[in-house]
Design a protein around this ligand. Sequence first.
Ligand SMILES: CC(C)(COP(=O)(O)OP(=O)(O)OC[C@H]1O[C@@H](n2cnc3c(N)ncnc32)[C@H](O)[C@@H]1OP(=O)(O)O)[C@@H](O)C(=O)NCCC(=O)NCCS
Length: 150
Amino acid sequence: MDYLEVNASAVPIQLLLEADPSEQNIASYLDGAWCFAAKLDGKIAGACVAKAISNNTAEIFNIAVYPQFQQQGLGSGLLRFALGELKNKNMQRVELSTGTFGYQLTYYQRHGFRVDRVVKNHFLDHYPEPIFENGMQHQDALRLYVVFKW
Ligand SMILES: CC(C)(COP(=O)(O)OP(=O)(O)OC[C@H]1O[C@@H](n2cnc3c(N)ncnc32)[C@H](O)[C@@H]1OP(=O)(O)O)[C@@H](O)C(=O)NCCC(=O)NCCS
C-alpha cells in the first residue's frame, strides 16, 4: 500500500461518487484541491480531496475507497496520511461535513474529529436526490473538526 499526493486529474470520478453522489458538487471542489491517494499495485484504490478554506484551516470534501477494498484498514491509513500532509502544509485545523449517523461518524471520531455544529437540512438542500443509508434518509449534517496538537 502506498499513500501519496496526486494530481486532481488522476482521481477517478467514479471513486469520488462513492462518497458524494453529486458530480456537480465534486466539480465545485476538485479544481485546485489537494488530492491524496492510496494505491494498491500502482492503482488508485482510495482518495481524499481537501482544500484550504482559510489561512490555516482545510476542509476534507471527499474521502472514498472502492467498495471491494473497504473495511481493510485502507481508509484509516488514508485519513491518517491526509491529516499528516495537511499539517505539513501548515494547516492547523481540518473541518468536514458528514451525516448524523452511520459508521463514517465513528471513523472520523476515531481520528480525533469532534462535533462543531449541526447543519440542518444539509442533505435536503444540497442534493437533488434523497440519500439513504441503512434504510434511513440523511437530512441534517454534522460539521466536524480536528485541531492539530501533535
Ligand atoms: C469511509 C471510508 C472511506 C472508510 O474506508 P475503509 O477503507 O472502509 O476504512 P477502514 O477499513 O479503515 O475502516 C474504518 C472504520 O469504518 C468501518 N467501516 C468501513 N466500511 C464499513 C461499512 N460498509 N459498514 C460498517 N462499517 C464500516 C470499519 O469497520 C472501521 O471501523 P472501526 O474503526 O470501528 O474498526 C469507506 O468506507 C468509503 O469509501 N465509504 C463510502 C464513501 C463514504 O461514505 N465516504 C465518507 C463520506 S462522509
